[in-house]
Design a protein around this ligand. Structure first.
Ligand SMILES: [Zn+2]
Length: 464
């Protein structure tokens, strides 16, 4: 079926030229663009969105970026979704019609009202969201992907002139951002349609392996945990593909996952960081560091009380401002992810800030030592201990009280008992080093995996 895709040739050419010009420029250039774009977004939100109009009264856009941000309210998905029709800047967009739209699988990737791409978020953080992009917002996302995304690093890996065969292994059931973006590119570009295919990761591993073997991808794109499962299948001889690169996104790529995937497939792993609220937040450079697309995106790590944190510190959450979307303004939006700005310059030469993101759906654990003092453990640290010190990747660690943890490793049929003991010993060592020797740790076999609706795995969780 022929269908329209949301696309504007003029904006796409302009955005690509602008992003390319800023990618290697001095920091002053992205700072200037960020400042101008924030003023424009605030003005557009006050003009077009009834919800923001009420809240932006008295805001003075003449101030510098930090001073302007400080005047803006922090926004949360729950309150915005509750007032969706007032939040969006086009009165033709109605929440009820959007809900009907995303409940029809056959319409995935279709242009709503002939001009909007729509996707849903999985609701792994409790509240599903609906996100609308027009051609201008998508032109920026396309440009960021083309100029800074993993595809920009692919040229050297492929024989000259060869078209890639990209296998995108993901949850295909809903209107999720990755799949909708994929369908849109396939509609837009005949070459992309011929060089990319989607595969459902929910099928049995041997069926998936057979499909991938038949397709023989040059690029494997998936969540880090799924790429790891496929790497295990490759190591066991159940999968035999020879990709030139592995692209990951959607979950945290820990150093251990990266190393294992790269070693088994003998290729570089390229990670990127995005969200339903902003498709391309940061992309990895050749030095394997995530650079924030600061000309189009503002991230603010903040503490539990919403206060800004200095460079280097991991926040309790992160506020996102998407400078490209005027239809559904995302301004100081509580993203729920935890990240930090990494001090210092990157060897690749880019002046765009380097960020480090903690687990997407993982929780920070807050345990009490023997004196009742809280000790916070970052999920990235805990996964690194289990991956690097115990060589265990498939686990679930759950906090069940101020001084109680359970660690699930291996299956109930008895496999993985040695892994379980190794993981337990490594974790106990780590806890003692944090002053948490009094915390009880119960080891058990794994129950059913805990997945968000988009299929993302949570390995470190805290019971409410
Ligand atoms: Zn770099």
């Amino acid at each position: 079926m022929a269908r329209d895709a949301v696309f504007d040739a003029w904006h796409s050419a302009w955005a690509l030229g602008d992003v390319l010009a800023t990618t290697r420029a001095p920091a002053a250039q992205w700072r200037e663009r960020q400042a101008q774009r924030l003023v424009r977004l605030v003005e557009a939100a006050a003009e077009g969105s009834r919800w923001f109009r009420e809240r932006l009264r008295g805001v003075r856009p003449g101030a510098n970026t930090q001073a302007l941000l400080a005047q803006l309210p922090v926004t949360h998905k729950r309150e915005l979704m509750a007032r969706f029709d007032d939040w969006v800047a086009d009165p033709a967009l109605k929440i009820d019609a959007l809900r009907t739209f995303v409940n029809e699988p056959a319409r995935r990737g279709e242009a709503l009202l002939g001009r909007y791409q729509v996707w849903e978020s999985s609701g792994s953080s409790g509240e599903p969201g609906l996100f609308v992009q027009d051609a201008r917002a998508l032109a920026v996302a396309d440009a960021l992907e083309a100029a800074r995304g993993p595809v920009s690093l692919l040229g050297a890996a492929l024989p000259w002139g060869a078209a890639p065969r990209i296998a995108y292994v993901a949850a295909l059931g809903g209107h999720f951002a990755g799949v909708v973006a994929f369908e849109r590119l396939r509609t837009l570009n005949p070459w992309f349609g011929a060089s990319a295919r989607t595969f459902s990761f929910l099928q049995p591993i041997d069926a998936l392996a057979a499909q991938l073997d038949a397709y023989a991808p040059t690029v494997l794109a998936s969540y880090p945990s799924t790429a790891w499962v496929l790497a295990q299948a490759q190591a066991e001889g159940r999968l035999a593909i020879a990709p030139q690169a592995v692209w990951t996104g959607g979950e945290t790529l820990t150093p251990g996952l990266r190393r294992t995937i790269a070693e088994i497939f003998h290729v570089p792993v390229r990670d990127s960081y995005g969200a339903s609220e902003c498709l391309t937040i940061a992309s990895e450079c050749r030095c394997s560091r995530l650079h924030l697309n600061a000309d189009w995106v503002i991230l603010e790590p903040v503490d539990e009380r919403g206060r800004a944190l200095p460079e280097g510190q991991v926040g309790a959450t992160t506020l996102l401002t998407n400078l490209a979307n005027f239809v559904q303004p995302i301004l100081r939006y509580d993203l729920g992810d935890r990240m930090r700005f990494v001090p210092g310059a990157c060897e690749c030469g880019s002046t765009l800030p380097v960020i480090e993101v903690q687990g997407r759906c993982d929780d920070v654990l807050s345990l009490h030592d023997r004196h009742g003092r809280a000790v916070h453990l970052a999920p990235l640290a805990l996964t690194t201990v289990l991956e690097d010190d115990a060589d265990v990747f498939d686990f679930r660690l759950c906090q069940r009280g101020a001084q109680a943890l359970t660690l699930e490793v291996g299956t109930r049929d008895g496999t993985g008992a040695a892994q379980r003991e190794r993981a337990g010993a490594a974790l106990r060592r780590y806890l003692r080093a944090q002053g948490l020797g009094a915390v009880s740790l119960r080891l058990s076999a794994r129950g059913a995996p805990r997945l968000g609706r988009s299929g993302k795995q949570c390995r470190v969780t805290r019971e409410p």
